[in-house]
Design a protein around this ligand. Structure first.
Ligand code: HEM
Ligand SMILES: *[C@@H]1O[C@H](CO)[C@@H](O)[C@H](O)[C@H]1NC(C)=O
Ligand SMILES: *[C@@H]1O[C@H](CO)[C@@H](O)[C@H](O)[C@H]1NC(C)=O
Length: 488
């Protein structure tokens, strides 16, 4: 045998292995993703069981349609199947049999009206990484309690007091970008991280070195977030889990230092969680603090990244936003205190519509996951116990019946409120986003200073979308940003 064939014989399996690696990785992930795909029929649910399954294809045995989902852009995967089968269809991805729903009514049924029958569900490895007692994974009384504490810290009355702190973060973020080419998404993540930390721990803690330590640990945690859940020394997952333990310790340290100080008037999330009447354990508090950082940072950063892209591509809209924001500055001319106020943020209707339209077109959370806790019948179809149920937000937001010319970026469509259940960028029902006021506020504050003082241009390839897991412009949208000549 000559040398060449030998090389080929050796190389082919190796390169095949590399080609298959992403799929092997997925398969290992699958095995932890789905624990309850087998089910036993229960006589008392015989009525629902008599109904047929929704239409759709379950794909190949075991792997189902996972390859189709990952080899294609997920957007097309869902849209194609909706066109073929209608607004409720079955499929099989990541080792789980799933029912996908894409009508406003069905999403309401799953998330709101019958929320008790559809519990949140995540792969066990993600639960371990974020903290098993974090709000996302809960149902019932404990969930309601956590939610009340979160809403108390993030409701408008509480968020109001944060405007000055957020403005400070926005101004310093922008000036650090001045004159540079930046990766928009990476920088927005830093901004959104800081805003989240401010609202969790309050202004006094922000400059402490323990917060710096917390950030470093969080970065280590997130590096392993999408890795294979194999907890052996040396793996990314192992490093993440260790960082997770350290994070728990850091939160415990902050808790005990605050208990020593007896700082009870604070209006931040930590104070809300520490309320002695609520009797949360330190572990419960840590899981939820880390959970909130996770929920708050990449989501808000993705939306901000899309806004900068859409504004750069639509000069007329950018002009209108800038004019609205300049108006607020003009009103303050001569005033001693030029700081942005909560009332100012209520005088930004056009900018708000740009944010809404961005959340519709980009639909950064294309869908969410639930699991049926018993056999459920919906519109003559069976949703079997143990199956995943996915409300497809993106499909609902891109439905031409309710959003004419749906791919077009047109904020004026929000001059009239959208029809019920057709627009849910923050979800709906018992698990709807409790941070939505804060998210809108931090976006408005950043856009105020950005549009009135800076200009930016896109410097990368301008099309393309990636999922990580949130929808994001390709490469995180590299831009070049500089201060306007006349900005004061
Ligand atoms: C524009 C930015 C944001 C978007 C688009 C967004 C979207 C969402 C959505 C769709 C859900 C519901 C998920 C589901 O039903 O499965 C959710 C839940 C949640 N969000 Fe947000 N979010 C954003 C920002 C934030 C911020 C800033 C915070 C914290 C301050 C936050 C905290 C949470 C929490 C704790 C939950 C879980 C609620 C529960 O399970 O009861 N989010 N978010
Ligand atoms: C069948 O379901 C009912 C209600 O959903 C439950 O009370 C009962 O324990 C179940 N029986 C079995 C054998 O699982
Ligand atoms: C459009 O919105 C209405 C009102 O929420 C809803 O009943 C209808 O199903 C939606 N159309 C589609 C195709 O989703």
């Amino acid at each position: 045998m000559d040398m060449l064939s030998l090389i080929i014989i050796i190389l082919i399996p190796i390169s095949l292995l590399f080609l298959l690696l992403p799929f092997l990785r997925l398969l290992i992930l699958l095995s932890t993703a789905c624990t309850t795909s087998k089910r036993r029929r229960n006589k008392s649910s015989a009525a629902a069981a008599a109904a047929p399954l929704p239409p759709g294809s379950m794909g190949y045995p075991y792997v189902g349609e996972t390859f189709q989902l990952y080899s294609d852009n997920p957007i097309n995967f869902f849209a194609d199947r909706q066109n073929k089968y209608g607004p409720i269809f079955k499929t099989h991805i990541l080792g789980c049999p799933c029912i996908m729903v894409s009508s406003p009514e069905a999403a309401k049924f799953v998330l709101v009206t019958k929320a008790a029958l559809f519990k949140p569900t995540f792969p066990a490895s993600k639960e371990r990484m974020l903290g098993p007692q974090a709000i996302f994974f809960q149902q019932g009384d404990y969930h309601a309690r956590l939610r009340r504490l979160l809403l108390r810290a993030f409701m408008p009355e509480a968020t109001r007091g944060k405007v000055a702190g957020i403005e400070h973060l926005a101004v310093s973020a922008l000036s650090s970008w001045d004159g540079h080419t930046i990766n928009t998404y990476q920088q927005m993540k830093i901004y959104a991280f800081n805003v989240a930390l401010l609202s969790i721990f309050g202004k006094d803690e922000m400059s402490s070195c323990i917060i710096e330590e917390l950030k470093q640990c969080y970065y280590t945690l997130e590096k392993g977030y999408n890795s294979m859940p194999i907890n052996l020394p040396g793996t990314l997952f192992h490093k993440s889990m260790k960082a997770r333990q350290q994070l728990g310790q850091i939160v415990a340290d902050i808790l005990s230092s605050r208990r020593r100080k007896g700082n009870v008037e604070a209006s931040d999330l930590l104070a809300s969680f520490m309320d002695s009447k609520e009797a949360l354990t330190d572990a419960q508090i840590a899981d939820n603090i880390i959970g909130v950082i996770f929920a708050a940072r990449d989501t808000t950063a993705s939306v901000l990244t899309w806004i900068l892209k859409y504004l750069a591509e639509n000069p007329n809209l950018l002009k209108a936003v800038t004019e609205e924001q300049m108006e607020i500055i003009k009103c303050k001319e001569g005033a001693e205190d030029k700081a942005l106020t909560w009332a100012d943020t209520k005088r930004m209707p056009f900018t708000c519509r740009v944010i809404q339209e961005t959340m519709r077109v980009a639909s950064i959370l294309s869908f969410t996951f639930r699991e049926a806790v018993e056999d459920v019948e919906y519109q003559g179809y069976l949703i079997p116990k143990g199956w995943k149920v996915l409300p497809l937000f993106r499909n609902i937001h891109h439905c031409a019946d309710n959003f004419s010319d749906p791919e077009k970026f047109d904020p004026s469509r929000f001059e009239l409120p959208p029809k019920p259940n057709t627009f849910m960028p923050f979800g709906s029902g018992t698990h709807a986003c409790p941070g939505n006021e804060l998210a809108k506020l931090e976006m408005l504050v950043l856009l105020h200073h950005l549009t009135t003082k800076y200009r930016w241009s896109l410097s990368g390839s301008e099309t393309g979308i990636q999922f990580g897991p949130f929808a994001l412009p390709r490469d995180g949208l590299p831009i070049r940003l500089s201060r306007k000549a006349n900005a004061n």
